[in-house]
Write a protein that binds this ligand. Structure first.
Ligand code: FES
Ligand code: FES
Length: 211
């Protein structure tokens, strides 16, 4: 008998997924062909979606400078920093709260800027890696990174520096264990962890936490 369920179970997984794919394509095509019937061209439908993107004007104080920025409500803080304010020192690694490359200091705490919607940060005080050096002088922790070869490829370095800076502001002379605990959310693909920890300890010992 032409039992459809029987036929389906006799297919191997590859054949089944091919059938599902073709059935899905069929339904998508049916929806697409229905759009002109309803009097809406697909181009118009797309442009209506774009027009509908909701926007909000927010204020950010970044590295001491105030900015009024109109942001789409779906944009993350790191997108605004990099794409709207041209502060490209903050990096995007995983873009999903796993690597720490995007770390900035917000209202005194290190945060993953890939995981903060920009609209949530209205009125926030933000420090990015561009705000660490002052008067042409590297900050103590930046200087210690240089002296200890903290950066290898350097991609994780801005995030490491921001977490280390936040730590040193709260604990002026952290020991190696405390540094490791603070930096646990900042991954280094080059695996240069020993040098990074030594640099942060050195920065604390030298400056008494004047990060
Ligand atoms: S890019 Fe934000 S945590 Fe990885
Ligand atoms: S220095 Fe390359 S990822 Fe850390």
């Amino acid at each position: 008998m032409g039992d459809k369920n029987k036929d389906d179970t006799s297919l191997n997984p590859k054949q089944r997924s091919r059938r599902e794919f073709l059935e899905n394509v069929g339904s998508t095509a049916a929806v697409a062909s229905a759009v002109p019937v309803l009097g809406i061209s697909s181009v118009q439908a797309q442009s209506d979606t774009e027009i509908a993107a909701s926007k909000t004007t927010i204020q950010l104080i970044v590295n001491g400078d105030s900015h009024l920025v109109e942001v789409e409500d779906r944009w993350t803080l790191v997108e605004v920093l990099r794409d709207q304010l041209d502060l490209t020192g903050t990096k995007i690694g995983c873009d999903r709260s796993e690597c720490g490359a995007c770390t900035v200091i917000m209202n005194g705490k290190p945060v993953y800027s890939c995981s903060q919607l920009a609209v949530w940060t209205d009125g926030a005080q933000i420090t990015t890696v561009e705000g660490l050096a002052s008067g042409g002088q590297l900050s103590p922790v930046q200087q210690a990174f240089v002296e200890n070869n903290g950066p290898q490829c350097g991609f994780c370095t801005p995030g490491q520096l921001m977490t280390a800076t936040a730590l040193l502001r709260n604990n002026s002379t952290p020991n190696a264990r405390e540094v490791k605990e603070a930096l646990v959310g900042n991954l280094c693909r080059c695996s240069n962890y020993n040098a990074i920890v030594e640099a942060v300890v050195m920065a604390g010992e030298r400056s008494g936490g004047a990060a």
